[in-house]
Design a protein around this ligand. Sequence first.
Ligand code: SF4
Ligand code: SF4
Length: 273
Amino acid sequence: MQGYFYQQSAKVPEFGEKRAQRMEIAEAPLPPLAEQKRQATPVEWTGELDQFVASHVCDMTGVAEMKPEWVFEGYHIAQSRVIMLGVHHNYDAIAKAPEVEAGLQVVDQYIRAARAAKIVAGWIRTQGWEAEAVTGPMTGSLTMIPPALACGFGELGKHGSIINPEFGASFRLSAVLTDAPFAVTPTRSHGVDDFCQNCRICEDACPPEALSAEKQVVRGVRKWYVDFDRCLPFFNQTHGCAICIAVCPWSRPGVGVNLAAKLARRAERSAAD
Ligand code: SF4
Ligand code: SF4
């Protein structure tokens, strides 16, 4: 399926050029491992990730304790920590979905996510700890949405993407695996689940009707479900589609934070009644 996707997008040469740029970043060697292992508290380690947001290497970071169920069958991940990195799409570009501009914006953000993972992994190695960068969209051993949910990036929306209060569903992920003793960051709930129960925007906007009005039980867990047999043919013909991400109200600049605050006030009032 991925091969067909690449075959389709080969019709626009810019995709190939950008993907080559991403591969170059992903395959670049990391700096050598420092001889001395830096000792710091878990909270100090995690606090230092703020420098990468401050310098715009990425737009958010979080840390989760690695879980075996996040590893694809046939793979093994030995590291105890997964550091998640998020990079925000340019809204004007992603709002053009499913046009080519939106697809190119997605590749641009995968380039940035790959660079961020390499920079963070490189920094950890200069502190004397092993680290491995995991770059998308094909992530090898690790499925990235579950650790991103666990480390507080947001909640799963009806469209199957994470919704974050600051960036909506409009961001991409990469990760770093390490045993450096980072403190885990807490999960975050900001009312998305209830909101999605009463919103149909992505459902109505999805051309192949791949999004369900109701949650379904998937491998024993009741959750929002994307019918990929419907989504993927359209996704592949439109350079990655992204309509559901673009139309989600949380993705509009400035909307998510206010919406989360409003939902929090409403929840407080209901708890007080
Ligand atoms: S990516 Fe496109 S086709 Fe797939 S679920 Fe979203 S809107 Fe539907
Ligand atoms: S468009 Fe509406 S239903 Fe779909 S994920 Fe966003 S908030 Fe939820």
